[in-house]
Design a protein around this ligand. Structure first.
Ligand SMILES: Nc1ncnc2c1ncn2[C@@H]1O[C@H](COP(=O)(O)OP(=O)(O)O)[C@@H](O)[C@H]1O
Ligand SMILES: Nc1ccn([C@H]2C[C@H](O)[C@@H](COP(=O)(O)OP(=O)(O)O)O2)c(=O)n1
Length: 238
C-alpha cells in the first residue's frame, strides 16, 4: 500500500505540471503541423478545432441542411455527434461514429466551413466540446484554432498567434494539392480569412497576451523549436 503511494507521489514529483497551450492564426500559418509536433515532443494531447468545424459542416452538407441559412444551421447544430481523438501522432475525428478525417478536407467543405462556423449556436456547442476535452487532458493539451486564446481557453498557460504572408501561406497550401492553382488558392484563403476575422461571434483574433510568431521566413522545424522553448519556460515557471 505504502509502495503505491510512494510511487504515485514520486511520479507526481517528476512529471511536469499539466500545461494548456493555445495556438491560433489564419490558414496556412503552420498551426496543425506545429501543434502536433509540439504535443508529441512534450507528451501532451492535441486538438484540431478546425477539424470539428469542418466535421459539423460536412454533416450539414450530407444531411440536406441549407448552409446558406443560419436559422437552419442553428436548428440542426446539436444533431451530429462529433468525437475527436487527441493523440498527436494519430489524431482522429468521427461524426456519428463514421471516420470523417478524409471527407472534411474537400474543397466543398473548405468553401462552406466559414459560413457554418459563424453561427452562434454552432460555436456554443463546439466550444463546450473543446473545453471538456481540454479539461480531461491529464498531462495538458495543445489546442489549435482561431479563437482558442480569446474565447475557448482564455486562461491557457501560453498563447501563440502564428502569422505568415498570404503569399507564403498560399504557396504552402498549394504545395499540398497536386496541380492546384496558386492564385486561386491565395484568393480563396484571403476570402476565408476575411470571413473568419469579420464574423460577430468569436472571430479569428490575436489575444492581447498571445506571443505572435511570423513564420514567413522560418522553417517548420524552427517554429516547432520556438514553441517548445516557450512552453518549456512556462512549465519551468509553474
Ligand atoms: N514554417 C513553414 N515553412 C514551410 N512550410 C510550412 C511551415 N509550416 C507549415 N508548413 C506547411 O504548410 C502547410 C500548411 O500547414 P498547416 O500546419 O496545415 O497550417 P494551418 O494549420 O495553419 O492551416 C503544410 O503542408 C505544412 O507542412
Ligand atoms: N477555433 C476555430 C477553428 C476553425 N474555425 C473555422 C474557420 C476556419 O476557416 C475553418 C477551418 O479551420 P481549419 O483550421 O481546418 O482551416 P485550415 O486548416 O487552416 O485551412 O473552421 C473556427 O471558426 N474556429
Amino acid at each position: 500500500m505504502s509502495t503505491t503511494v510512494e510511487t504515485v507521489s514520486a511520479a507526481a514529483r517528476t512529471a511536469p505540471p499539466a500545461v494548456i497551450v493555445a495556438i491560433d492564426g489564419p490558414s496556412g500559418t503552420g498551426k496543425s503541423s506545429t501543434s502536433k509536433a509540439v504535443a508529441a515532443q512534450l507528451g501532451l494531447s492535441y486538438l484540431d478545432t478546425g477539424a470539428q468545424y469542418r466535421a459539423i459542416t460536412w454533416w450539414m452538407l450530407n444531411n440536406g441542411v441549407d448552409v446558406g441559412d443560419p436559422a437552419e444551421i442553428a436548428t440542426a447544430a446539436a444533431k451530429p455527434v462529433i468525437v475527436s481523438g487527441t493523440d498527436p501522432t494519430a489524431p482522429t475525428i468521427t461524426v456519428d461514429g463514421e471516420d470523417a478525417s478524409g471527407p472534411i478536407r474537400t474543397q466543398e467543405v473548405t468553401s462552406k466551413v466559414s459560413a457554418v462556423s459563424a453561427v452562434p449556436e454552432v460555436r456554443t456547442l463546439i466550444t463546450g466540446l473543446q473545453r471538456s476535452i481540454a479539461a480531461g487532458a491529464e498531462r495538458g493539451i495543445v489546442v489549435e484554432g482561431r479563437d482558442i486564446g480569446t474565447t475557448v481557453l482564455p486562461d491557457a498557460d501560453i498563447k501563440i498567434f502564428l502569422t505568415a504572408s498570404p503569399e507564403a501561406r498560399a504557396a504552402r497550401r498549394s504545395g499540398e494539392v497536386k496541380g492546384s492553382d496558386l492564385a486561386a488558392t491565395k484568393e480563396a484563403l484571403i476570402k476565408r480569412d476575411a470571413a473568419d476575422s469579420g464574423r460577430k461571434t468569436s472571430p479569428l483574433a490575436k489575444a492581447a497576451d498571445a506571443v505572435e510568431v511570423d513564420t514567413t521566413e522560418l522553417t517548420l522545424a524552427q517554429v516547432i523549436e520556438c514553441v517548445v522553448t516557450l512552453v518549456g519556460e512556462k512549465q519551468a515557471a509553474k
